[in-house]
Design a binder for this molecule. Structure first.
Ligand SMILES: [Zn+2]
Length: 131
């Protein structure tokens, strides 16, 4: 039996909420559906553990088909505008690289794919060492 953390009532029902979750900077809006506990007596509304998991999953699911967006955000967070990357077509400033990725430029995407592969290798190695 669920109990309201605010008034102690057991008149608690599970309802579904739809909410736009802001993610990243500048924030993307990610629509998430998740369960909340609603108290029938004090009208308190509480996000439960399953609700938190559902929100996390909504963010993951949203980002999954958008690796380019994730990557651009990562670049913006990690590198100041003045950093220069080496690519197949020469040196490109971070700020230009982000713009190229945004426009789907094939050279920028190839570069991003290389970086992602390196990152995967590093993570895989760490996973083996981490035991
Ligand atoms: Zn209550």
């Amino acid at each position: 039996m669920k109990q309201c953390p605010q008034c102690g009532s057991t008149n608690v029902t599970v309802q579904t909420r739809l909410e736009d979750i802001p993610y990243g900077e500048p924030p993307l809006t990610i629509p998430a559906t998740f369960p909340v506990d609603v108290c029938g007596d004090c009208e308190g509304e509480f996000i439960v553990h399953e609700g938190m998991l559902a929100r996390d999953r909504a963010v993951q699911d949203f980002l999954m088909p958008h690796p380019r967006v994730t990557f651009m955000q990562l670049l913006s967070e990690l590198y100041p505008e003045t950093v220069v990357f080496r690519t197949m077509s020469g040196k490109v400033r971070a700020v230009a690289m982000i713009k190229m990725l945004d426009e789907g430029d094939p050279i920028a995407l190839a570069w991003a794919t290389d970086v992602m592969r390196d990152a995967r290798d590093i993570i895989a190695r760490q996973a083996l060492w981490g035991g």
